[in-house]
Write a new protein. Structure first.
Length: 295
């Protein structure tokens, strides 16, 4: 039951963070024996640079890819199953290319990113997985080139802002440190708010189970203050959005359609108490408002 909660969190988390940048399916069913890819991602514009806000996760999502997150360390059988799903997807791409009478280039095939909390040296050695320090840094181990696959050993990722959104999928101390770092981000960080929401969902799902191990009990305690923080920030965001709508409506009533100049003063007016912003809009002329609140 608890493994399902963690698996569900990982899928929803990756889907939430990647959705603004492309097509996400979590899960995606593949042909043959019933198998599902945990998270399938295809960027909207593959030629664009990956979103910097997502750091390392953005780099992984720069091209079409399968994401397979694991709560427990991925075993060799787990990795073989992931590779089988990758090969099935490659077969779909090949059949599509054949139908369109096109040549399928190897570099256009999707990649596979296996996100594992840990990975033993013997497992990595047996798979021929090698680190690429110059281009990717610590913690990412690439299988031989033609497999287009890498194992992300989350416990070996450096503790940097760039790796934050992947370290949240780790375990124990690694995950707890990532939670602390997310809490410390400024409220204006939209990814932070989404992460807080999903973490509170994870806490609720874990609390429905009475057989939590020590690590999960510690995680629940770590997540408990997040619910209050997320709820307060969500309420503030809703209130602020309501103020912006009220200011826009009053400006439209007084001046007609809001042009570019008026649109620049909506935000500063919405930061004022409702009574004060209402009085200013009613009392001041267009020129007066622009002079006081325009850039």
């Amino acid at each position: 039951m608890t493994r399902f909660a963690h698996d569900q969190f990982a899928k929803e988390y990756l889907e939430e963070l990647l959705a603004p940048f492309g097509e996400v399916k979590a899960p995606r069913r593949v042909a043959g024996e019933v198998r599902e890819i945990d998270v399938w991602f295809a960027p909207n514009t593959p030629t664009n640079s990956p979103p910097e806000a997502l750091g390392l996760l953005g780099r992984l999502a720069a091209t079409p890819a399968l994401f397979e997150p694991f709560r427990n360390a991925a075993t060799i059988i787990d990795i073989f199953n992931c590779l089988l799903k990758l090969l099935i997807v490659w077969g779909e791409f090949q059949r599509e290319a054949n139908r369109n009478k096109q040549q399928l280039l190897q570099e256009s095939l999707p990649r596979l990113w296996i996100l594992s909390p840990t990975a033993s040296p013997s497992l990595l050695e047996g798979l021929g997985a090698k680190i690429d320090l110059d281009n990717w840094g610590e913690g990412i181990y690439f299988l031989p080139e033609y497999f287009r696959t890498a194992i992300v050993a989350i416990h070996r990722l450096p503790r940097t802002k760039d790796t934050l959104w992947i370290r949240l999928l780790g375990r124990g101390r690694v995950q707890e440190e990532a939670i602390d770092e997310i809490k410390a981000l400024p409220p204006t960080n939209t990814i932070r708010l989404n992460a807080l929401k999903l973490l509170t969902n994870l806490k609720a799902n874990l609390q429905t189970n009475q057989q939590l191990d020590n690590e999960e009990q510690n995680l629940v305690m770590k997540l408990s203050p997040l619910y209050v923080q997320w709820r307060e920030e969500t309420l503030r965001e809703g209130e602020q959005q309501g103020m912006r709508l009220m200011v826009e409506s009053m400006l439209e009533v007084k001046f007609g359609a809001i042009d570019e100049a008026l649109s620049q003063i909506v935000e500063p007016l919405s930061q004022l108490p409702a009574k004060e912003s209402t009085q200013l809009i009613l009392q001041l002329s267009r020129e007066g408002l622009l002079a006081q609140f325009g850039r």
